[in-house]
Every structure is written in C-alpha cells, then in structure tokens.
Design a protein around this ligand. Structure first.
Ligand code: HT7
Ligand code: ZN
Length: 867
C-alpha cells in the first residue's frame, strides 16, 4: 500500500447525485446492486477510478444500462477503472460478497447470526466499487431482501419507506435517507433481533421513534442505554440547540466489533459492551461507559454526520470534538470533578506514551499508510483536549457562538480542522494562529514553572519545551491556557492583581502562555500563599513545579480545585515512590504522607467518589512514566510497600470507614450510591494488604449483590495467594459462562493479576474453551489487558511477555488485521527499558515481521516501532 499525504489532497472529480442500493442476502453470500448517478467536474481525462476490495466478485458493470465491454475497464485488488465515461451517467454495478467468511469485521459481515456492516473508514469499498472517500456525499436509497424467518429485521439508514413479502419465504424493506452522507456512514443490519422501543419529542416537536435491537436474551439489559440516549438528546438541545433530524433512531448491538460503536446515520451499530448493562452483569464504570458511548455516537449526528470530514487527516475534527462533547455530557450527568480525573488518567496512561514513542503523530496527521491505524488516543483524546483548550481560551459563550457559526457555514459539507478553528476565531475575535500548532505538532510539551518573590509580589516564570517526535525535530512554542489560583495561608482564595497576559475571573485566572519563557507578576500576594497551577488540567502538558512537600500537602487538602487537590496528593506519593525506586529503598512511611492520607480518610465534606481518588496511589504505569529508565519490578515493590504501610498505619480508620459505607446502602445507581461503592471498593484495596484482610475480601465477594462489588473483590482475589482463589475463579466462570461480557471480565481480571505466574496463566488461557481469536472483545480482555495494563508482568525480565505478545499479533493478523494492529504499541516502548528487555522487545517485533502474509495494518506499526 502507498503512503497517502495530506499535502496531496485533491477535490473529487466526480460527484454522485444519488445511489440506489439493493442487497440480496443469502445464507452463504450477498449480492449487491448499486445504481449511482455520476457527474464529472473538470477534466478527468474521461476515466473513472473507483475504490474496491480484494474479497468481492464483480458480476455486472453497466453505464446507462449498457454493459461496459471487458476491454474498457481494469480491475485490480483495490480499484476498478473505467477507461472512458460520459459527463453524466448512471453507473450500475453488481457485486457478490461473502459475509460469513469475513473475519476482518469491515464491510458486510456476520456476527451472532446477524448480517451487519462496518464502513468507517474504508469498508464500503468491500461492498461495492465506489469513490470511498468522506468528501463524496450522496443520497442513499437502500432495499434489503432476505429470508423472512432467519432475518425478520431489515434495517438501513434514514427513514423506513416501504416493506413487504417476496416469493420463497423472503421479504424486503426499503430505507430512505434524506440527508447527504459519505459512504463511511452507510449501514445495513439484517437478522433475528429483539427490540426495545421508546420515543422522543424534539424541542421543535418532531416525534422520533427510538429502537435498540439486541439478541432476545439481552432484552432486559437495554434500559440504561435507552435512558442515556434520551438524556443525550435533551442535553444536545439544551447545550447546543441541536435536534435530531430523522423519524427513527435505531441502535443495534453486535458482539463482534472492532471498536466501541459506529455513528452510521440513523442506524448506530454498537459493540454489545456499550449497550448491555444490568446491575448483576455491569459495573458502575460499565454503566458510565454505556452512557458516554451512547452520547458520543448520538452527538456525532451533528459533529461528524451533518458536518463530516473532508479527508481522513481531519479525523479529529469529528472525533476530538465529539469526545469533548461526550466528556461534557458525562460531566453534567455524573460528577464533573471525578470525570475530569478519569479523563486525565486515560490521557496520561494511553496518550502520553503514544506521544513519546515511535508511533507519535500530530492530532492532524500528515501521512498514513493504513488509516485504521490512526483511530488513536492522540486523535481522540488529545484531540478533545485541543477543543477543551479552545473552550478555555475563548470562553464558553464565544465557544457556543463558534459552534453555531461552524454549523451555519458547514452543514451538509465535508470540512477541515482549519474550518473549525476559523469559526472559533471569527466568533470570538481571538487570534488562534499560534494555537493551531496543537493540530500540527506531535509530542507532549513540558512546562517548568518557578517562583520568585519580589517584595509583596509573586512572580511565576514558565518555560515550555517539547522534545523531538518522528519527523519533527524542532517544535515551536504553543499557545496554552494555564488556569491558576492562589491559596492564601489560611486556605482561602487570594486574588492578586496580575501583570502579563492573563485574565482573572472570580477566584482564578487564565494565563496565556505563548513564548518559550514567560513571566507573570501577581501584585500584593501575602507571604505563605501557594499557587495552584494548571487547574482542571487546562492544558495537556507535563508540569514541573517547585512546590515543597508541605505545600503539596497543603494543596491536597485546601485547594478548591479538585484536579489540583488530586494532583498534589499524587505528586506527594510519586516523589516518595520515585526516590524509593531510584535508591532501591524500602524506607519508612513519611509522616507527611500518612497525615495527608488520614486527612482524606477523615474528610466528611468532599464527594466520596473524589475521596476514593485522593486515596489512590499513582498507578505503576504513572510511576513508570516518571522514571528515565523503567524499572517495572522495583516500581511494583515500592508501590505495594507504601500501600501496605499506609494501610497498616490507619487500619482501624480504614476498616471503620469501610463498614460505615456498607451500612444503609441498598444497591441503586444514584450518584451517591455509586460514590459510596467507589470509596468502599478503594478501601478494600488497602484492606487486602492487612493481616485480617482476607476474610473481609471473602465476605465482600460473597455478599456482593452487584457486579461492581463482585469485581472489586475478584480483582484482589485474582492478585492474591488466598487458598480460595482458584475455586472462586472457577465458580465465577461456571456461574457466568453464558454471558460473554462477564466472561470478558473473568479473562481480564486474570490478565491483570500481579502474581509472578501471570504470563504462564495468560498463555494457558488462550487455550481455554471460552477463548477465541475471532472476537475482538475477548482478545482485548486477555491480551490487551495483560500487555497494556499489567506493567510488571508484561515486562518479565525473561522476555516471555514480549514473545507471547509477538506471537499473538501474528496469529490475530491472519484473522483480523485491524485488531491485530491495535496490539502492537506496547512492544514499541523498548526505548524506555534497558537490556536485556530492550533486545527481547525488538526481537518480538522482528519476529512479527517474519509472519507470512503480514497485513499492511500490522506492518506499518511494527516497522515504525522498530525505527
Ligand atoms: N467513528 C467510529 C469509528 C469506528 C471505526 C474505525 C475503524 C474501524 C472500525 C470502527 N468502528 C468504529 C467510532 C467513533 O468514534 O464513534
Ligand atoms: Zn467517534
């Protein structure tokens, strides 16, 4: 495959006025008839080139009803070229495809007894020959024909138009989508599905039928998704004035899916993981994810569908913006403070390593070989941070005006990131020229802040820098918003008159950093005032400050900003742990750490969900990132030792708080009940380290009446040497073996175990009767959990973890290249470790390259990872 470059973008030469598609679905194949009205613009030398895939047969090709002679077209594995076409014409194509043989899960495939499609990014070309690019927008009319008994449900995009019976026990349905759309938003589903229905009336009075289609046995697990959908519809109307624009909103849940969900116009296809939820089978985090992903796909209807992307380099235009929108929705539905911590943690754990490694790329990449490899945490999560910074820089009112302007200008079009930034600029009057570097420069900037006193004044001096990334040696300084507050010696907010590029609003200010080095003077700041810097994590940077341990302890308790409180606690723990790791020490528990920890335990004024996060030690992965050289074993040992010391020093308080949270809490999904569970389950992680912890954990597991509590205990049991460990895991398996999503948890919990035998057990689990290489959820639950989340056991000094992952990548690649490619990243982090690990990691990558028939997807990432 050839590299595609942003700088080579050319507008399409052909547009399509409309397309009529007919799908004739059969047991072992599907026939697809496509009739499209083409119009040529400018001069294409008369030739028409269409994208196509290697897995379909061409049965017929006609122009204006006349067969195209064989010498007038050329067909290759990935295109079809017709030598000469008129200026306007109807193109008729019949193709034959094989859904049951499609294990790649793109194009038309079969999952759980149902036909379904996945066309983003380039799946439509595996259904028919077409200009499969997002800037070719057209009107779709789709007729689906299938056996009535095996496929009673026939769905496509848009509104239902017609349906009826055919001969031989078959039937049909016609769907009409009045909105222009690119081919990646096309969808079809046909099968035997049960349906939960509801309805919604939009602000302007449109009646919308809402349906969630699932397997009959899962019908009792759709309520939360339906309620979430209705909440999302209200939220988008209230926050952005955006209404739904069809008569039906259909959601289908399928169990074999490469990603989380897909925003096809009027017919979202979801991974079951983000639809199905009941208290017995889903954790509180699962419920939150269902709400977030349902919201995300719904919000795409405007940010992605009504305004789509001009080309795939602009992917973050829809994904970064829609993640920002789903984050804000979830913040409004749950706890804004805790949601922000969750999002920051994800960014640091997944995106920062990507941005620091061989696969680093800008939010708007400049080149790719396989676009599926660019559905990354950089495009999604850093992309959302870029939108969040714009929101912070221009303020919420101007941001809303900018969104209105963006829709006014680009509704029905395929737009660019530049169009979005221009709309924000025009709406606010703020110059975002320098800010645009966030789209084009890769890497996580580092910001060093130092303090000086000058009489009554406090001066903060910031220095920003950003290390080299692949293909980008030197970086220019970014425009970044840094939210700052000042906490006076008595714990209250101080407001110091500011000199420099910053604006106060109520108790804090936004500093605009634009230079490599820049100072801000705050006038009349009382002695003993502590600055609270980067509130709300207002820019995705690594901050280096000069606050003392005492000052951190002060902020951890006193700051009115939840993010800085949490960050100060984390910094305090990290400082101690990094020292332990670097000196290979097992020193005493510092008094200050214990005081802060107890302060959090005794805090009765803060949301218990936030307390849970304040009590958490930095993860092994977060600690690893603070080291120049990753020492996974030492990190693990030091962290366990600190946790044990903290638990031991406050055992009575921990156990008392744990029991107080048990009392009086029946299971509900209220925010307060969820918060109590979060805190109680965090306390349980400390209890596990106490001498009498085993009994409490066993009781916790036995008494759990919901999956949140059950998994909290099972995770600790899986880590442990408890005598009942293996039996508990076996019982769990036999209880839940018919529920795929719960069995995914069973695999994941074992993959996360810190026990020394984990790598052997994970390998053995690939032979388990419930393991399959064909289902992406199952693969992720075992292999990604192990290699991405279990730092100490993945980085076994023997290199066994790396060899295992290399073998898995090659094996999965034969079945599903997209999913295989998503397993590669952990092996690319060899620059962070020393020999012999480094050599073992490179060996594992090299062995993947030797696999016969390696896909472009995997090859692109492995080659970059070795570079
Ligand atoms: N926009 C959707 C992307 C997606 C996808 C991409 C490549 C391969 C398979 C895929 N399934 C879904 C998901 C989203 O961001 O909403
Ligand atoms: Zn998305």
């Amino acid at each position: 495959k050839q590299e595609i470059r942003l700088e080579d973008y050319k507008a399409p030469v052909f547009t399509i006025d409309k397309i009529d598609l007919t799908f004739r679905l059969h047991d072992d194949h599907a026939e697809v008839e496509a009739r499209s009205l083409f119009k040529m613009h400018g001069d294409a030398g008369g030739a028409l080139q269409l994208d196509g895939g290697p897995f379909m047969d061409l049965l017929a090709l006609e122009i204006d009803g006349q067969p195209v002679p064989a010498d007038q077209f050329v067909k290759s594995a990935d295109f079809l070229q017709i030598r000469a076409v008129p200026k306007t014409f109807e193109l008729g194509i019949i193709t034959k495809v094989y859904p049951k043989q499609n294990t790649r899960l793109e194009g038309l495939y079969f999952s759980g007894g149902n036909f379904c499609t996945q066309c983003e990014a380039e799946g439509f070309r595996h259904i028919t020959y077409f200009p499969d690019r997002p800037d070719v927008l057209t009107r779709y009319m789709v007729r689906v024909e299938a056996d009535k008994e095996s496929c009673p449900v026939l769905l496509s995009n848009g509104n239902p138009k017609e349906s009826g019976d055919l001969e031989n026990g078959r039937h049909f349905a016609v769907w009409d989508d009045p909105h222009l759309k690119p081919s990646y938003l096309f969808a079809l589903v046909a099968g035997d599905l049960a349906c939960q229905s509801d309805s919604f009336r939009t602000a302007s009075g449109r009646h919308v039928e809402l349906n969630i289609f699932v397997a009959e046995r899962d019908l009792d697990k759709c309520d939360y998704a339906m309620q979430s959908l209705k909440r999302a519809m209200v939220w988008d109307e209230e926050e952005y004035g955006l209404e739904y624009d069809l008569d039906v909103y259909n959601i289908v849940a399928v169990s074999d899916f490469n990603m989380g969900a897909m925003e096809n116009k009027g017919l979202n296809v979801f991974n079951t993981k983000y639809v199905l939820a009941s208290p017995e089978t889903a954790t509180d985090a699962d419920f939150d994810h269902v709400e977030g992903v349902i919201g995300h796909e719904y919000f795409h209807n405007w940010t992605g569908n009504r305004v789509t992307c001009r080309d795939w380099f602009q992917l973050s235009l829809k994904e970064g913006l829609t993640v920002f929108r789903d984050q804000e929705f979830s913040s409004d539905m749950t706890s804004r403070a805790v949601k922000r911590l969750d999002d920051v943690r994800v960014l640091r754990m997944l995106q920062y390593p990507e941005d620091a490694g061989p696969l680093a790329h800008p939010v708007r990449p400049e080149k790719y070989i396989e676009i599926n490899n660019f559905y990354t945490t950089t495009v999604y999560n850093k992309g959302a941070e870029v939108i969040r910074m714009m929101h912070c820089i221009i303020g919420p009112e101007a941001f809303r005006k900018g969104m209105d302007l963006y829709f006014e200008r680009h509704d029905g079009q395929a737009a660019t990131c530049e169009d979005f930034a221009t709309a924000m600029e025009d709406a606010s009057g703020v110059d975002l020229k320098q800010f645009r570097l966030w789209y084009s420069q890769a890497g996580t900037p580092k910001v060093v802040v130092r303090r000086e006193r000058d009489g009554e004044d406090l001066i903060l001096t910031f220095e920003q820098s950003c290390g080299a990334s692949p293909g980008q040696a030197l970086k220019l300084p970014y425009h970044m918003p840094v939210r700052v507050g000042l906490i006076g010696p008595n714990g209250g907010d101080v407001k110091g008159e500011i000199e420099g590029d910053g604006v106060w609003s109520s108790s804090e200010c936004v500093l605009h950093l634009r230079n490599a080095r820049q100072s801000f003077r705050f006038r009349n700041v009382p002695e003993g005032t502590v600055p609270s810097i980067l509130r709300g994590f207002s820019a995705p940077v690594v901050l280096d400050h000069d606050l003392s341990d005492d000052e951190l302890a002060f902020l951890a308790v006193q700051d009115s900003d939840a993010f800085v409180r949490w960050e100060a606690s984390q910094d305090l723990f990290s400082r101690h742990l990094v020292k332990q790791v670097e000196t290979n020490g097992v020193g005493h528990l510092p008094e200050l750490l214990q005081q802060v920890f107890v302060g959090h335990l005794e805090d009765k004024d803060t949301d218990p969900a936030l307390i849970a996060e304040l009590l958490a030690l930095p993860s092994e992965i977060a600690l690893g990132q603070k080291l120049d050289v990753l020492m996974p074993e030492r990190v693990h040992v030091a962290r366990e030792a600190l946790a044990k010391a903290l638990a031991g020093a406050s055992s009575e308080k921990i156990i008392a708080l744990y029991h107080s949270l048990t009392a009086g809490h029946g299971y509900t999904l209220d925010q307060s009940a969820k918060a109590a569970r979060r805190l109680r389950n965090m306390l349980l992680t400390y209890i596990a380290l106490l001498p009498d912890g085993e009994a409490i954990i066993q009781a916790h597991y036995a008494q759990a009446d919901n999956m949140t509590d059950c998994m909290a205990a099972l995770t600790l049991i899986a880590h442990s040497d408890f005598a009942f460990r293996d039996q508990t895991l076996a019982d769990f398996y036999s209880k839940w073996q018919k529920n795929d999503l719960v069995i995914d948890k069973w695999f994941a919990v074992q993959a996360q175990s810190k026990r020394p035998d984990t790598v052997a057990r994970v390998r053995a689990l690939t032979e388990h009767e419930a393991f399959t290489f064909n289902n992406p959820n199952r693969l992720r639950s075992l292999i990604s959990t192990y290699s991405m989340l279990n730092q100490v056991r993945f980085h076994e000094k023997s290199g066994e973890g790396y060899r295992f992952l290399g073998e898995m990548i090659a094996k999965v690649d034969e079945i599903n290249p997209q999913t295989a490619a998503r397993l590669v990243a952990p092996l690319g982090r060899w620059g962070r470790v020393e020999e012999p690990r480094r050599g073992f990691m490179k060996d594992a990558l090299t062995s993947v390259l030797k696999a016969p028939n390696l896909s472009d997807d995997v090859r692109e990432l492995v080659e970059k990872s070795l570079a």
